[in-house]
Design a protein around this ligand. Structure first.
Ligand code: CUA
Length: 365
């Protein structure tokens, strides 16, 4: 059975906002540093990063047992490393002050007195670090054994995660659902993730839910989480996987049971077939769209995200922008504007074709 989140994390939560901001700033810097995104991406791309829109992805605000355990270990590591920092820097400042040039005892040649080794000191700086490393190793190994389950927890929802350059595919085998980029799960139910990759190594990381787990080509990895609070939790692919690595964002929506059931029912329904947008469907089928994208009963492309219920999602391009008619139109017209380097080319549609396809896609709720 999953362990309860330690009570201490709830107490700390109130004081975690400044630390969380730091963590988010560091995450953003990391993402920016590894991205080759064009500097003039539309303003829409920035909105999704607005911290007021979604919770800050901080490891210090866990809502799931594995994340809570990782937080506890992080505080232990920070405490020990902080103590080492204070001791080492203190000794450095002390030495700089006490042995400054103007106070150093001089030998007859004008050189400072030379000191050659001290057995007790050398023994201390060898033994103490060895003990510290040993303690950190043991606590880390114990935690990894505790949170890395080898089989699904009882009553868990199974989801297969497939990392692609640069988006996420989610398959719910028991519900017969295939979707992309936004994982929807019920609150207070364990979720068992089986992770694969379609191309290179990616890493699934939603800091508030679980630790990083790699998606490796030809290999099956697994991880789990159990969200204890409804809401939206975001994350980031945590393994450099090419030029749009930074825009391979993760979004997990945790719903109450009724909300989850409604989502499942909608995802299982046939795609909307609206006669008013048939022209758009014809364009979709006549051009390359259908060879990459699956719309249940209409096309069966598997290279790009499944679009059967596209408009049930909040974002487009794996979180690069909010999904609305403007961003959808911009994306279909030329995906390279919102996500430079992504694998979908501009199909150079004329205005009439563009209007028709966008209208069709917008009908896929
Ligand atoms: Cu996928 Cu980085």
């Amino acid at each position: 059975m999953p362990q309860a989140i330690p009570r201490s994390s709830a107490v700390r939560r109130s004081s975690s906002s400044s630390r969380a901001s730091l963590a988010f700033a560091a995450l953003s810097l990391l993402a920016a540093a590894t991205s080759l995104a064009a500097p003039d991406a539309p303003a829409a791309a920035a909105e999704i990063c607005d911290p007021s829109a979604v919770p800050i992805p901080s490891i210090f605000d866990p809502v799931s047992p594995p994340a809570a355990e990782i937080e506890t270990l992080s505080w232990l590591l920070l405490g020990i490393c902080g103590a080492i920092f204070v001791v080492v820097q203190g000794a450095l400042v002390h030495a700089i002050w006490k042995y400054r040039a103007s106070r150093a005892p001089q030998t007859s040649s004008g050189e400072p007195v030379q000191v050659y080794g001290s057995n007790p000191v050398e023994l201390a700086w060898t033994v103490i670090p060895v003990v510290i490393v040993f303690v950190l190793t043991l606590t880390s190994v114990r935690l990894i054994r505790e949170i890395e389950l080898t089989s699904p927890p009882e009553g868990s929802l199974k989801v297969v995660v497939i990392g692609h350059q640069w988006w996420w595919e989610y398959r719910y085998p028991d519900q017969g659902i295939v979707t992309a980029n936004e994982l929807v799960v019920p609150v207070n139910q364990p979720v068992w993730l089986e992770l694969h990759s379609a191309d290179v190594i990616h890493s699934w990381w939603v800091p508030q839910l679980a630790g990083k787990t790699d998606c490796i080509p030809g290999h099956r990895n697994a991880t789990w989480f159990e969200a204890r609070k409804t809401g939206v939790y975001v994350g980031q692919c945590a393994e450099y996987c090419g030029n749009q690595h930074a825009n391979m964002l993760l979004r997990v929506e945790v719903r109450d049971q009724a909300g989850f059931d409604a989502w499942v029912a909608n995802q299982q329904s046939s795609p909307v077939d609206d006669p008013a947008v048939r022209a758009g469907r014809e364009v979709f089928l006549a051009l390359a769209c259908q060879s990459c994208h699956d719309v249940a009963g209409v096309s069966d492309g598997a290279f790009g995200p499944n679009l059967t219920h596209l408009m049930s999602r909040a974002t487009i391009g794996s979180g690069v922008a909010p999904l609305n008619l403007d961003t959808l139109r911009s994306w279909v017209n030329d995906p390279q504007v919102l996500k430079p380097g992504c694998n979908m080319p501009s199909l150079k549609l004329d205005d009439a074709q563009l209007d028709a396809v966008v209208a069709y896609l917008a009908s896929l709720r």
